[in-house]
Ligand binder design. Structure first.
Ligand code: ZN
Ligand code: ZN
Length: 197
């Protein structure tokens, strides 16, 4: 179990993700259109997305994250009414956490918010090992550079959202809900409203 420092690009927002291990965190690359749109809305597609339009995310629970500095800089957007809460920092438009909602013990941390994520000293690689799932590959974009870089490898790859991963996430959601891992929650007030408008 390791604690991972979190930091937006400019450094105004800082936090910590606690007790990270392959058992408590899952590393996923998501190629879905929504993740791509989010990166473009923040005007940071260049450094959020890989050459194929993928977003490198670790899936953990809200109870693992504490925001220690600049909490008032957190904002969120939803790409559709029923869409997930996509948090980002107002200061430098760094993604700061994807969440289904206040009641769900699910939090996706995009790689840009992890302080030591640069290759070859990639803190996630050291703690979590290789990427476990590469999902929504139907939305992959063709790299503009030639020759194209090598596609990042994952233990499991899928065109859509694979059923196996869905079952794993829902089982975890169920167990983590029972044990209250949606709390404490740095992104929502106790009454379930987001901390920012
Ligand atoms: Zn910032
Ligand atoms: Zn996605």
């Amino acid at each position: 179990m390791t604690d991972i420092p979190l930091k937006c690009t400019c450094g105004e927002v800082k936090g910590i993700a606690r007790s990270i291990s392959p058992r408590t965190a899952r590393r996923v690359i998501c190629y879905c259109q929504d993740c791509q749109d989010f990166a473009r809305k923040l005007d940071r597609a260049d450094d959020i997305l890989n050459a194929f339009g993928g977003t490198d995310i670790i899936q953990i629970t809200p109870s693992q994250v504490e925001i220690t500095h600049g909490k008032d800089r957190l904002r969120y957007l939803k790409l559709s009414e029923k869409g997930i809460y996509r948090w980002y920092t107002d200061c430098c438009k760094t993604p700061a956490g994807n969440m289904i909602g206040p009641k769900f013990p699910f939090l996706g941390i995009v790689h840009n918010f992890i302080a030591q994520n640069d290759a070859p000293n990639d803190i996630r690689g050291k703690i979590l090992g290789p990427v476990r799932y590469s999902i929504m590959e139907k939305d992959i974009i063709k790299p503009l550079v030639t020759p194209p870089p090598e596609m990042p490898r994952a233990e499991h790859s899928a065109d859509k959202f694979p059923l196996g991963l869905m079952i794993k996430i829902f089982t975890r959601l169920f167990l983590d809900t029972l044990s209250g891992k949606n709390k404490p929650n740095a992104y929502f007030k106790p009454d379930g409203t987001p901390i920012s408008e």
